[in-house]
Design a protein around this ligand. Structure first.
Ligand SMILES: NC(=O)C1=CN([C@@H]2O[C@H](COP(=O)(O)OP(=O)(O)OC[C@H]3O[C@@H](n4cnc5c(N)ncnc54)[C@H](OP(=O)(O)O)[C@@H]3O)[C@@H](O)[C@H]2O)[C@@H](O)CC1
Ligand SMILES: [K+]
Length: 511
């Protein structure tokens, strides 16, 4: 499913009306009716309800007038609160209809808002701002939104909760906290990314009669099972371990031995033929949870961290790997930088760089340059802070526009970027997929190491870096969601996510 920006939505509306000839009033009528239908579906009866519809002066308010008209046909207690009588031309069509039908329409003022505190509404429709929100909210708008949020009513937001930026999902001063948001054509970024997604409540996407053929060149999509290629999950009966690829992992240190275990356990659990773990000897003390299928290549370390001299002894192995993982739990020092540069200068294996690999990259201009010119597939898996370090920006800037940040990283390094967060973004610099599966039980140290292991395994099994990243992000989250059916979020561990891959893969294959 596509995800739209406000300008894409406007362009679609423009084409529908100007090129195809569907009048804008028809689109507004359809939009308002869709919201009404959703409300009607949710309640057995509406005639005993007190309902308020808050309408702004833009077209979002116009949708609100349409909702109010339909509600007034089935409920005697519908009140419309208008912020400004100076509404858009299309909205005016519907406001005039309301007036002719003698629906209760009032212009909202501070006094009126205060008097509402003694009334109780069962349902409130928020049609104050939609995709036209252009600045932070203050004054009467702010007070009205605070009133709505404290009202105890069941709240429907039209298109997007008022106060949420449809392009960045950020809160502009304050925002309506809806129970349900009915959006049109396709969801907007503000409906999908956080914090906007939280304010939306349940998101319902409605068709308002815009022909599909005019919706073109949309690059952002919600990641669904239909976007995944599972053809390589089929195993030929006469196959052997060599058919499923060799993963090499450079990970772990005396300080973070578990990262190496989680990454390599995830790789073997998700199907690669062989997995080699290059880790400093000093990290082995802790590895009793490591799966026995993993081949360990203990490396002579320096103060518990991998050393360049120790590492180059494994060059012969590196040449044989189908994919190399670099970074989980390595820590960051000059030796790690030297090793990363050595790999980028001397090999051409598909590479997945995570954690300390990314931190090393962000402070090494040489490694950055080499990576951009590295002639093989690359996957970078930063979380927001790592992405900020790579881009040399504040983490708040990444959080404000994560799609832009991920796209920039992917383009700069000609790599696949997996920007990890509550909505992980996967992009090759052109197409963007947003993962909406997963749950806060995954917000634990070690989750990222597991994801890296799965991506490595998928590349080893023959998937392209982009396909592997999509598939792995999906399976990683699906595993955590399946675990949630039986476990509390607090008790879901990254190692449980590895074990849960079995159910996740089976569920994906079975559909
Ligand atoms: N054909 C279509 O396009 C269809 C569109 N549809 C519906 O239209 C919605 C988009 O409508 P819209 O473009 O009129 O914008 P909308 O969000 O209603 O508000 C803009 C107004 O608010 C004002 N304003 C903004 N921020 C403010 C603030 N902080 N504080 C105070 N004022 C502020 C802003 O002022 P300005 O920025 O111009 O100064 C302007 O006056 C869309 O979400 C969907 O619901 C559907 O009917 C389907 C067909
Ligand atoms: K709204």
């Amino acid at each position: 499913m596509f995800v739209l920006t406000s300008s894409q939505m406007r362009e679609i509306d423009r084409k529908a009306s100007q090129e195809i000839g569907i009048p804008e009033v028809v689109l507004m009528e359809n939009a308002g009716f869709c919201v009404f239908e959703e409300i009607r579906k949710d309640f057995e009866t509406l005639d005993d309800k007190n309902i308020a519809v808050f309408c702004g002066k833009g077209n979002n308010g116009g949708d609100g007038f349409v909702v109010a008209r339909y509600l007034a046909q089935v409920c005697p207690n519908v009140k419309v609160f208008l912020f400004d009588e100076n509404v858009t031309l299309i909205s005016k069509v519907f406001l005039d209809i309301l007036k002719r039908l003698e629906v209760d329409v009032s212009i909202l003022s501070e006094e009126l808002l205060l008097s509402l505190k003694t009334q109780r509404f069962d349902i409130i429709v928020d049609a104050i701002f939609g995709i036209g929100l252009s600045k932070d909210i203050d004054g009467l708008y702010k007070k009205a939104i605070e009133y709505i949020n404290g009202s105890g009513a069941y709240v429907y937001s039209v298109d997007i909760p008022s106060g949420i930026c449809s392009d960045s999902a950020s809160v502009r001063g304050c925002a309506v906290k809806a129970n349900k948001t009915v959006t049109f054509v396709y969801p907007k970024i503000g409906n999908i990314l956080y914090p906007g997604s939280y304010y939306c409540g349940k998101v319902i996407v409605k068709d308002i009669g815009i022909p599909e053929k005019i919706i073109k060149d949309i690059k952002v999509k919600i990641l669904t099972a239909e976007d995944l290629d599972i053809s390589k999950f089929y195993r030929f009966p006469d196959s052997h371990k060599g058919d499923y690829g060799k993963v090499g992992i450079v990970a772990g240190s005396k300080y973070y031995p578990g990262a190496a275990v989680l990454c390599s356990n995830a790789a073997v659990q998700s199907g690669c033929g062989l997995c080699y773990l290059i880790t400093p000897q000093e990290a082995l003390y802790f590895q009793n949870l490591r799966k026995p299928e993993i081949v360990v290549l203990p490396l002579e370390g320096k103060e518990g961290v991998i050393s360049f001299d120790g590492f180059v002894k494994f060059d012969e192995y590196l040449a044989k790997f189908d994919v190399l993982g670099f970074g989980c739990g390595l820590t960051k020092n000059e030796e790690v930088e030297k090793i990363l540069i050595h790999i980028l200068e001397n090999f051409q294996i598909p590479i997945v760089i995570d954690a300390d690999g990314l931190n090393t990259l962000s402070s090494s201009q040489k490694a950055k340059k080499l990576l951009a010119n590295y002639k093989s597939q690359k996957v970078l898996t930063p979380h927001y802070m790592e992405a900020a370090r790579i881009l040399g920006v504040d983490v708040k800037d990444v959080a404000k526009s994560p799609i832009d940040a991920a796209t920039k990283i992917a383009s700069e390094f000609r790599a696949i970027c997996v920007l990890k967060g509550s909505r992980t973004i996967i992009t090759d610099g052109d197409e963007v997929f947003i993962n909406v599966l997963g749950n806060p039980g995954m917000a634990k140290g070690g989750s990222g190491d597991v994801l890296t292991g799965i991506i490595l395994s998928m590349i080893a099994q023959g998937y392209s870096a982009f396909e592997a990243a999509k598939l792995s992000v999906y399976l990683h989250s699906l595993s955590a969601d399946i675990l949630l059916e039986k476990k509390a979020m607090q008790t879901i561990l990254p190692s449980d996510i590895i074990e849960g891959l079995d159910s996740a893969i089976r569920r994906l294959i079975e559909g």
